[in-house]
Design a protein around this ligand. Structure first.
Ligand SMILES: NC(=O)c1ccc[n+]([C@@H]2O[C@H](COP(=O)([O-])OP(=O)(O)OC[C@H]3O[C@@H](n4cnc5c(N)ncnc54)[C@H](O)[C@@H]3O)[C@@H](O)[C@H]2O)c1
Length: 412
């Protein structure tokens, strides 16, 4: 039996691959074209925690866990023939699909970056669905969506579906999507493609809508050779990573707009625990299952206060600098989310944010030199409503020929 992890070189994909290979006897095959490494460099960023090349990571796994059931294949999943060959050769039982361009700001740089994001994300998913239909129709797809698909509506966000009354009748409809970037739009496309594949081909799927994931480690990443990536720049870093990097580089935190924008958060360990469990408790044959996962809701200002508290322990005294919000988003809003399915399946979160944040700060401080030498990339540089953002253009045009190979005709 084989388990695929598409996106195995990524922030979540790597610790997931390690967890699966450590705990299962099945062969775990990661697939990745290493594009996140290149796209982060394109905007002047890098991972705060040093990471090895895929073969070094796999070696480190073998050495630590004395197991030989993990490998990583390099390849671009927008190449339909490649995906078809993979699935036909290995006939996987489970496919975790995390291989996507996942930065909202990156997708908002300009037309080329929006097109790259949408083509990359939609194609990787579509190629997988067709390959499964052809060669492994009973396999279970665990597809990473995002809570960002739903936006920040005034109503409670149910898990995928909701009951409404319209025209005097009750209906069960999909929770409306309100994406906040071209990246989020691509994830909404994926959701519809997945639902459609389920409807016409009975593809068995779990669509996992996770909130923002924070954390620099999981219990399996027990030494530096097993590190996962940790982004902190203005395009790729998530909010807590950016605050800590800003503190280390400038002794301040940049508060976007009112600082009252709320999101749902979960730890990297809980993300991995959940994904692992979903593979072990698959959707039924022919079922399309939706899971919302987030454990805490905070505004960006509340998070800044948490970051400040921790930074003070390490001798920093950070200022708060209010800057224009680069995103077009509601500045004041309610936010509430249903997340019962995981509980029903027996999942229990293990980490609270306060327990994990200090570890992130320590990991960043241990790599403070890396952060300081990339300080130029920490401030926001991509504005949703600017006609042109002067960042990163040369890269897609010239350096990253590979990544846009399959989508070139859409972009140029
Ligand atoms: N990080 C978060 O907070 C978060 C939250 C919710 C959902 N997600 C979703 O989880 C998934 C993984 O996110 P992540 O943070 O680990 O991102 P990541 O960028 O670190 O990992 C994605 C991996 O996919 C690979 N990839 C991208 N396009 C590919 C292609 N065409 N062919 C082969 N490999 C390709 C990248 O090289 C990268 O290693 C994404 O789908 C993302 O939308 C992430």
């Amino acid at each position: 039996m084989t388990v695929f992890v598409f996106g195995a070189d990524g922030y979540i994909g790597w610790p997931l691959s390690v967890r699966l290979a450590r705990e299962l006897d099945e062969e775990v095959i990661g697939v990745d074209n290493l594009v996140t490494r290149k796209l982060v460099e394109e905007v002047g960023g890098t991972t705060a925690l040093p990471i090895g090349l895929p073969e070094q990571r796999v070696q480190a796994f073998r050495k630590e866990y004395a197991k030989n059931n993990l490998k990583i294949i390099e390849g671009d999943l927008t190449d339909g023939d490649f995906v078809d060959d993979l699935v036909s050769k290995y006939r996987p039982e489970t496919v975790y699909h995390l291989a996507q361009q996942r930065s909202a700001p990156y997708s908002m740089i300009d037309r080329q970056h929006a097109a790259y994001t949408e083509v990359n994300n939609v194609l990787t998913n579509l190629n997988l669905l067709f390959a499964l239909k052809n060669h492994s129709p009973k396999a279970h797809v665990v597809k990473m969506g995002t809570m960002g698909e739903y936006g920040t509506p005034t109503y409670n966000i149910e898990e995928g579906w909701m009951n409404v009354k319209h025209g005097g009748k009750s209906h069960r409809i999909m929770v409306p999507r309100d994406p906040g970037s071209w990246y989020h739009v691509s994830k909404v496309f994926d959701t519809y493609n997945l639902i459609f594949a389920n409807k016409v081909w009975n593809i068995r799927a779990t669509d996992v809508q996770q909130g923002v994931v924070y954390g620099s480690r999981t219990e399996d990443l027990v030494n530096g050779a097993l590190n996962t990536r940790l982004d902190f720049d203005g395009v790729w870093g998530t909010v807590m990573n950016k605050y800590f990097a800003q503190i280390i580089a400038f002794n301040k935190m940049l508060i976007y707009g009112t600082g009252l924008m709320k999101r749902g958060f979960l730890s990297l360990q809980d993300s991995i625990d959940c994904l692992f469990m979903l593979g072990q408790k698959p959707a039924d044959e022919g079922e399309y299952r939706v899971v919302n996962q987030m454990e805490e809701i905070h505004s960006t200002m509340e998070l800044a206060k948490k970051a400040e508290r921790i930074a003070r322990k390490y001798g920093f005294n950070p200022e708060y600098e209010t800057v224009e919000d680069p995103r077009v988003e509601k500045q004041r809003h309610n936010y509430s989310v249903s997340h019962r399915v995981l509980r029903r399946l027996g999942f229990r979160p293990r980490y609270k944010m306060n327990h994990v944040l200090e570890q992130i700060m320590q990991d960043m401080l241990n790599n403070a030199e890396t952060i300081r030498t990339h300080a130029g990339a920490i401030r926001p540089a991509v504005y949703w409503n600017r006609a042109e953002n002067k960042i990163g253009r040369e890269y897609l045009r010239t350096i990253n020929e590979n990544a846009i190979r399959s989508s070139k005709s859409y972009i140029i």
